[in-house]
Design a protein around this ligand. Structure first.
Ligand code: ATP
Ligand code: MG
Length: 219
């Protein structure tokens, strides 16, 4: 028997967006992938500003199931806990949604696969892959990176620090966003040291961190 895969919802899109009979069908979709361990204001400021600048219908903060390039470098928080934090971060934010397709898919998370999935779910939509410049500089290490560039417009935002060189041969679209010197690495350290996370993550994210006692153990 041939099993036909049932399309899974890729994200908790804003009300109505995913509904077949809805007049609102997303035509311009931003894919902002990450480990989000935890999601912070740098991610949110980037997502809302890129959405605004490029007039995207939605930006999906796609939670990597297994961020294979980070495996072995440090312990990674359980994917569902990271998803819970991203859901808390985007709840009530217009045009941002939490993506769970990579978790549902399982295994290593490759942006090329996710873009293929999104284009199947939204035929005809224009896709935008959003990355910080640190991630952009390493795009050639991604699985099937050429496919990422053909399936989507690559959008890069600068992070604070020394400018990095973007790999040549890609049509990078640069969007200026406020540069916030915030990283998940620093936030995990803060948590373990008992330093405040206030204003670096939103209050609902802080609640998830507290209620699940995340980032408390020394690494
Ligand atoms: P870590 O320190 O654990 O690597 P991170 O803060 O870099 O965490 P990631 O989940 O690795 O967050 O990043 C997901 C995406 O968000 C990447 O494209 C990254 O470049 C981008 N990003 C992360 N922090 C910022 C920030 N402060 N401003 C703009 N983009 C950011
Ligand atoms: Mg990072």
């Amino acid at each position: 028997m041939v099993r036909v895969p049932v399309p899974q919802p890729i994200a908790t899109l804003p009300a109505g967006v995913m509904h077949l009979h809805s007049p609102i069908v997303p035509q311009r979709i931003g894919l902002f992938g990450g480990t989000f361990d935890p999601p912070h204001v740098g991610h949110l400021v980037t997502a809302v500003n890129v959405r605004h600048a490029l007039q995207l219908d939605v930006v999906i903060l796609m939670v990597a199931n297994v961020p294979w390039q980070k495996v072995g470098t440090r312990p990674i928080t359980d994917a569902h806990a990271r998803l819970a934090m991203v859901e808390a971060a985007v709840a009530d934010v217009d045009g941002l949604s939490a993506g769970r397709a990579e978790i549902d898919h399982g295994g290593h998370s490759y942006t090329a696969d996710t873009l293929e999935f999104l284009s199947q779910q939204h035929p005809g939509a224009s896709l935008f892959t959003i990355v910080g410049d640190d991630a952009a500089s390493k795009i050639e290490s991604w699985e099937r990176y050429e496919e990422v560039a053909t399936r989507s417009t690559l959008v890069v935002v600068d992070r604070p620090g020394d400018p990095v060189e973007l790999p040549a041969g890609f049509g990078w679209e640069r969007v200026e966003v406020p540069r916030l010197d915030v990283s998940s690495t620093d936030l995990r350290d803060r948590c373990r040291d008992g330093r405040p996370l206030d204003y670096l993550v939103t209050e609902p994210v802080l609640e998830v961190i507290r209620s699940r006692a995340l980032y408390e153990e020394a690494q």
